[in-house]
Write a new protein. Structure first.
Length: 351
């Protein structure tokens, strides 16, 4: 749906807003904002709030609902539809476009750890071609059932300065191999390999889901400017499905990881981290209108993840930072120590 032109208009003329996981809280202010944004009954002199043909909701910062329309399925018409909305917005009186006053406390996204890094993670189910190679899936690959997500879904993982430093040997030499620390390896596996495309946030991996795994680094090139390393390994994650009707269904992800890390010796920081994980997934998954399904061991879903360095994490101002991951901001919102140390999480759970 989102052509380059539509994205340009959205980025330059609109402010993206998505109510976060906090809408589940009991705070009446949040609930009121959510209700007005998404399910409010329009006033007689305003729009219905929807850009028809999409799932975009349109509202001015003063709280006035707008409306618009594009031809459903015609991605080329989205940019023009957005421009028509802007033209309508420009004709509104100032007090209907901007609030007279803004109440409440500004709560920008928290900054990532100083000296650390942020990995952006995308996940995507894959299909198999007749020749056996991997490709983007069709409904036929999953018994005629597509996953609900239209494309790869984005998450993230924060690393501390200490974790970053632990990945670089003190006196690196080509051919040298070191293990990735167990805590960091578990964080990558448990918090990075969560398949958002399958819509299983209700059944994320648990403290004891790592049944087997190995992750290590081999130095491939050393120069005065940089150290280039290969990161590789495998992991078996096992858990229980979380959705009702599948409570006794085991889910598994048996995956291989492979990637490259580049360390800038002058800047003393990691400047590149490209990594992929590919493996078979069995367990619950969401198939749109037919709802929850089970991928059985006899017909697993090929599932892939891609990791890359988020170059903007330390450059953007607070109001434009990407939010933390679902795992970080919601699952561990009141126990963040477990996000940084899954071994503490496991030890506490065993008490």
């Amino acid at each position: 749906m989102y052509t380059d032109e539509a994205l340009r208009v959205l980025n330059e003329k609109f402010v993206g807003f998505a109510p976060g996981w906090y809408i589940n809280d009991d705070d009446p202010v949040y609930k009121a904002a959510w209700k007005r944004f998404y399910v409010a009954k329009p006033e007689p002199d305003e729009g219905d709030g929807w850009l028809q043909g999409t799932q975009l909701v349109l509202m001015t910062s003063s709280g006035r609902l707008l409306s618009g329309s594009m031809k459903y399925g015609d991605r080329k018409s989205l940019a023009d539809a957005l421009k028509k909305v802007l033209a309508t917005y420009a004709m509104l009186p100032e007090n209907q476009r901007r609030p007279v006053a803004v109440e409440g406390e500004v709560k920008p996204q928290p900054p990532p750890p100083e000296g650390g890094l942020v990995l952006t993670i995308y996940d995507r189910p894959l299909g198999r071609s007749p020749e056996g190679t991997y490709r983007l899936p069709t409904g036929d690959d999953f018994g005629g059932l597509r996953t609900e997500a239209p494309g790869g879904q984005r998450s993230s993982l924060w690393l501390s300065a200490e974790e970053c430093q632990s990945l670089v040997p003190e006196n690196p030499r080509a051919g040298q191999t070191i293990p990735v620390g167990s805590k960091l390896a578990k964080r990558i596996w448990l918090y990075g390999l969560v398949p958002q495309t399958l819509w299983v946030v209700e059944g994320t991996w648990s403290h004891d889901s790592v049944r087997d795994g190995k992750l290590q680094l081999t130095v491939e090139e050393v120069s005065p400017k940089q150290v280039r390393m290969r990161i590789y390994g495998d992991v078996l994650l096992v858990g229980m499905s979380g959705h009702e009707g599948f409570r006794d269904l085991e889910k598994r992800y048996d995956s291989r990881l492979e990637g490259e890390i580049v360390y800038d010796r002058a800047a003393k920081r990691i400047t590149k981290w490209n990594m992929a994980a590919l493996g078979n997934y069995t367990g619950e998954w969401f198939a749109g209108q037919v709802r929850w399904q089970a991928a059985k061991p006899s017909a697993p879903l090929p599932l892939a993840f891609a990791f890359e360095l988020d170059e903007t994490a330390y450059l953007l101002p607070p109001e434009r930072r990407r939010p933390r991951s679902f795992i970080h901001a919601y699952v561990f919102r009141e126990r963040e120590q477990y996000y940084w140390d899954p071994e503490k999480w496991e030890a506490e759970a065993k008490k």
